[in-house]
Write a protein that binds this ligand. Structure first.
Ligand SMILES: Cc1cc2nc3c(=O)[nH]c(=O)nc-3n(C[C@H](O)[C@H](O)[C@H](O)COP(=O)(O)OP(=O)(O)OC[C@H]3O[C@@H](n4cnc5c(N)ncnc54)[C@H](O)[C@@H]3O)c2cc1C
Length: 379
């Protein structure tokens, strides 16, 4: 990978994550994909390496790192396993960020050390009837003294099998539309809360995606994150940031596919030459590498704008839109470079191709990203 003007710390951090991905995760990628399970001991190692609390301040047991470092970790993991990448993505760029930005001191003290040490978190916004139109969510929260009674069903919740904490959005004042949406921190063992069906997916199969069932789930008022009725703002702003790291995930995925294609092109011989000696293959690799580099620059630029406190929403949407497109095409072309073996599960590129598809769907579909970009253009 080229240098991109990183600090020594950033480079060392990325190298550590890459080594972990290649040495520890890679041997299990195929079996985890087949079984649709992420191995608990790998999750434990990700906590021990500090990958689950990258931006959490050191006083709470985290790494005190930057958003860019979270993106670098997601990207590096995705070169080997986009499922591992999305676990780290949701934890850092969504869940931890919610608490860091909107949690009160008591909530930070209670939960940040757990999130850094051993507790996985989920972000639960989508309902069956509320996807792109997320604020149409039908999950309801009714105040009863010092508690809220929450009822509804959440769908598509990443990390739900492993999570101990759920940042869940419910409407506490449906007559006020999206201004009733409130963010609740719900612990897994809260009575009335249950993790439901585990989805059987095309890609990122080792990343759990589940339904959540809330039947008269009683949550104390002190577990409201931010203000009552301000959950829509928390959701929008978190997703605006989070999608930069999804761009990172897709860039890493594409880099992984390209690496496999390059290695294969140097070894596979046909017509008495390595296939990398044919200009037709060279040009494919050159175009793939250019796509990956372009996506990476969009992603790093958006992450750096965010870290520097500059406007970044348009750039974030562009990064995710573009990176998810090139992930799909680069992985597809990598399969072609490998020929027949690329189409089998004996080589990792068919899985990367399947994993790429989700990039255009979650954290806002490609159409939603285009709407954000167009809104920025047209005002
Ligand atoms: C593997 C996976 C993991 C996920 N993880 C989470 C999670 O952790 N937390 C969470 O809350 N959600 C999660 N989601 C949900 C995800 O964010 C939604 O699936 C996504 O936002 C799209 O919503 P939808 O599936 O309802 O599709 P729909 O909104 O029904 O969209 C269907 C199609 O219509 C298009 N469309 C819709 N409205 C418009 C419009 N106004 N203009 C143009 N086109 C439009 C869309 O672009 C899309 O092509 C996950 C989903 C998946 C599949």
């Amino acid at each position: 990978m080229s240098h991109h003007d990183f600090s020594e710390d950033d480079l060392a951090f990325r190298q550590t994550v890459l080594r972990f991905a290649r040495e520890r995760i890679a041997p299990h990628v195929r079996s985890m994909d087949k079984a649709a399970v992420f191995r608990p001991e790998l999750l434990k190692e990700m906590f021990e390496l500090g990958l689950m609390g990258i931006e959490i301040p050191e006083e709470f047991g985290g790494q005190g790192g930057s958003f860019l470092q979270s993106v670098l970790a997601v990207e590096a993991l995705a070169t080997v396993d986009p499922s591992a990448a999305v676990i780290v993505d949701v934890q850092n760029t969504i869940a931890n960020n919610i608490l860091l930005r909107w949690g009160n001191e008591d909530q930070k003290r209670r939960y940040l050390p757990k999130l850094a040490a051993d507790t996985v978190a989920s972000f639960a916004l989508s309902d069956a009837g509320a996807g792109s139109d997320a604020f149409a969510l039908a999950t309801r929260a009714v105040r009863e003294g010092d508690r809220f009674r929450i009822t509804g069903r959440k769908l598509w919740i990443t990390n739900a099998v492993e999570a101990g904490i759920f940042f869940l959005f419910a409407n506490a004042a449906p007559d006020q539309g999206h201004r009733g949406i409130t963010c609740f921190l719900i612990e897994r063992d809260t009575p009335g809360f249950k993790v439901g069906k585990h989805e059987d997916k095309l890609g990122i199969r080792a990343s759990s995606t589940c339904e959540l069932i809330l039947d008269d789930c009683l949550v104390p008022v002190e577990n409201v994150v931010g203000e009552i009725g301000k959950g829509y703002k928390i959701a929008i702003e978190t997703l605006n940031e989070g999608r930069i790291a999804i761009g990172g995930q897709m860039t890493g995925l594409a880099q992984g596919a390209l690496d496999h294609a390059v290695a294969y092109a140097k070894e596979r011989r046909q017509f008495g030459k390595t296939i990398g000696e044919f200009q037709g293959v060279q040009f494919a690799l050159a175009e793939m590498a250019t796509d990956v580099e372009a996506a990476r620059l969009l992603v790093y630029n958006a992450a750096r704008l965010r870290d520097a406190g500059h406007p970044f929403v348009k750039e974030a949407a562009m990064a995710k839109l573009f990176a998810s497109q090139i992930a799909e095409t680069v992985a597809s072309r990598a399969i072609e470079v490998l020929g027949g073996v690329g189409f089998t599960k004996d080589y990792p590129v068919e899985k990367l191709y399947r994993d790429a598809k989700i990039g255009r769907i979650y954290e806002g579909t490609s159409n939603m990203q285009k709407l954000v970009i167009a809104k920025n253009l047209l005002g």
